[in-house]
Design a protein around this ligand. Structure first.
Ligand code: NAP
Ligand code: G4F
Length: 341
């Protein structure tokens, strides 16, 4: 029998990669999209087919703040696997909309888990929870499954609730539920306001003389950046194990935001010169200032250094990342060039 998967957050970066991955594995894929005043399914254009004709891909309206829609969708579809990738996923924005971020990220997770339990589907459905390395916050790197969580944002705190409620429903109701603790992962279809996409897209435009300047916040935080294509494979692998468990997914390497900029510039053969310190630091290209610091992009509390230790995933899931940071940068730049109008 064909396996059925239900993806919350299908219109996001990871949702799009996971949907394609599961369709290639022969799954029937269902996804939940939010109603919005303009199209929000751009990332799915290449796999969407008219449901009036034969297809393995279906979209349904819903929202993680709406318990009734969650209960109805899970009951109607009765999937074998649920992947909960939905969240207000921008850390800086979570300081502006903390209650909403918690409603979706924390209580939304509870709503799905409790629907599985209430519908007596605990034995049938396997559940994946999109946890985050942000939960480690101020913990000293390298971080692994045994590292203490010291969250530094409303987003991270909401993800911690989601993490522990997933553990609790696994233990209390025997649900096959796994937490993936994923470090940053990027791609050409990364949201425009995350730092890698913002840098790649702006540097490319500056290089083509279509933009004059880029404004950024903290250049010295360090992140462990992988590729989303590698990371969705790990999500699926977690649900194929004999027992449910929690796993760190990372590359084990880290770069600062400034190093990431320099990697992009190298790929574009742009010779950058950095001058000044703190908020007065500036980056020059061809004697013109192209990058400046704007205080508004700093967070009230920052996560300075993330670097994952993924030994457990390597041993138990036989997973490791394939795409390195240089290939990630190349792929992101190629995408900008192909979509340059
Ligand atoms: P993303 O591109 O921001 O996608 C988030 C998805 O959640 C979108 O489909 C969005 O829908 C949906 N969503 C937001 N609010 C919702 C609501 N109230 N009800 C239903 N759906 C809602 O995020 P991503 O990078 O793919 O990340 C996927 C998940 O992994 C997120 O939970 C994120 O927090 C987590 N995570 C990401 C990373 C990373 O580096 N990418 C690392 C660790 C964990 P719209 O398209 O309509 O906005
Ligand atoms: O790209 P970012 O916004 O990603 P951040 O905050 O690490 O969060 C991402 O990864 C998490 C996993 O650890 C996910 F859970 C989360 O959903 C999201 O996908 O920022 C990365 C770093 C930060 O230190 C930030 O302060 O870049 C710094 N930064 C500097 N200038 C900036 C900017 N970030 C953004 N978004 N925009 C800037 O102009």
């Amino acid at each position: 029998m064909k396996k059925k998967a239900l993806i919350y957050g299908i219109t996001g970066q990871d949702g799009a990669y996971l949907a394609k991955f599961l369709l290639n594995k022969g799954y029937e894929v269902h996804g939940v999209k939010r109603r919005s005043s303009s199209f929000n399914t751009k990332r799915l254009d290449d796999i969407y087919t008219d449901p009036h004709f034969k297809t393995n891909f279906f979209l349904h309206y819903g929202d993680l703040t709406d318990s009734l829609s969650i209960l109805k969708t899970i009951s109607n579809i009765s999937p074998h696997e649920i992947y909960n990738l939905a969240a207000q996923s921008h850390v800086k924005v979570s300081f502006d909309v903390p209650e909403y971020s918690a409603n979706v990220g924390a209580i939304g997770t509870l709503r799905i888990l409790d629907s599985i339990k209430s519908l007596n589907l605990s034995k049938k459905i396997k559940y994946y929870q999109a946890g985050s390395s942000e939960m480690f916050g101020a913990a000293i790197p390298p971080q692994n499954e045994k590292t203490n969580f010291i969250p530094r944002s409303p987003y991270a705190v909401s993800k911690l609730f989601a993490h522990w409620i997933t553990v609790n429903y696994r233990e209390a109701y025997n649900i096959f539920a796994c937490n993936g603790i994923l470090f940053n992962h990027e791609s050409p279809i990364r949201g425009e306001t995350f730092v890698t996409k913002k840098i790649v897209s702006a540097l490319y435009k500056i290089y083509k003389n279509k933009q004059k300047k880029l404004f950024l916040g903290n250049l010295y935080s360090k992140r462990d950046w992988g590729h989303a294509r590698d990371y969705v494979r790990a999500m699926w692998k977690m649900l194929q194990q004999k027992k449910p468990d929690d796993y760190v997914i990372a590359t084990g390497t880290q770069y600062s935001v400034k190093q990431f900029i320099n990697l992009c510039a190298k790929e574009l053969k742009m010779n950058l010169v950095w001058k000044g310190k703190g908020i007065n630091e500036k980056c020059y290209w061809n004697k013109k200032v192209i990058i400046e610091i704007d205080q508004k992009y700093f967070r009230p509390t920052e996560v300075d250094s993330l670097k994952g230790d993924f030994k457990k995933a390597k041993k138990k899931l036989k997973w490791k990342p394939i795409i390195g940071i240089r290939d990630l940068v190349k792929e992101m730049l190629d995408y900008e060039s192909k979509n340059d109008k």
